[in-house]
Design a protein around this ligand. Sequence first.
Ligand code: CP
Ligand code: NVA
Length: 299
Amino acid sequence: MTKRDFLTFWDFSTEECETILKRSRQYKSGGLDSFQPLKGKTVGLLFEKTSTRTRLSFEVGVYQLGAFPIYIGPGTTQLARGETISDTARVLSRYLSAVVIRTFSHDKIVDFARNSTVPVINGLTDTHHPCQVLADLMTIEERKGGLKGIKLAYVGDGNNVANSLIEASARMGIRLTMACPEGYEPDSAVIERVKPFEVPVTNDPAESVYGADVIYTDVWVSMGDKADAGEKKARFQPFQVNDRLLSLAERDAIVLHCLPAHRGEEITDSVIDGKHSAVFDQAENRLHTQKAVLEMIVG
Ligand code: CP
Ligand code: NVA
């Protein structure tokens, strides 16, 4: 059987995403508490950037599924001294049953996956964060009862999370609109690739959020972002998710943020701690959705 990777949403069909979400609900409800489809396996977590949620939810999830997680932190392998990605992938494939990778360039994870004989899961690259967005889908389903036709307004930087939201929305029939400052729109290649699915992108946050069921934001300056942070933050100020912006959405709208949040920048305390916020359920759902992915491609 050929191995399966999860590098972007293109790796799963709509039906497979639905299967993963259904399974995630079963994991969350406790119905699979003693189920160990990864028993005796070993999963590496090769991280070149810092992490709280992705690292911890994968370590706990791998353990709960019966396997042993090995965290390989930034700068701790011979990659840091120039060993090639392909040689590293070929060697790690001899020890591990799967590898979760967090890195900079997306090309690196593609190169790793091409040379790995075991499944590779994207734990975030500069341009994609698919595991995060699976948890986002689960959270929207929980709070809104479904995904199809839901109006999701993403407000902020056209970054890795934004790109994965575009691909997932196209897969699942979510009506996505995006509001980004001029010059910070999502990758045009990502928008082009999901056609005929349309993603309206505006520079006006109010226009995007009007009538939204879900508002989503993320940090203005991502890990590895080389932009001048001070200059960028000034440009993004009108894109802050605050009570005024939230008041333009549906009355029962929910607010999502992948975390970590820069409180007082892209989101105010009143919104992230307010009654519309679903961000801590969203963080919890990383665990359940990743267990479903691990079961599907590593189990
Ligand atoms: N949301 C997310 O990926 O968080 P971490 O960077 O803490 O893993
Ligand atoms: N866009 C953020 C997401 C962090 C989970 C970053 O890449 O830093």
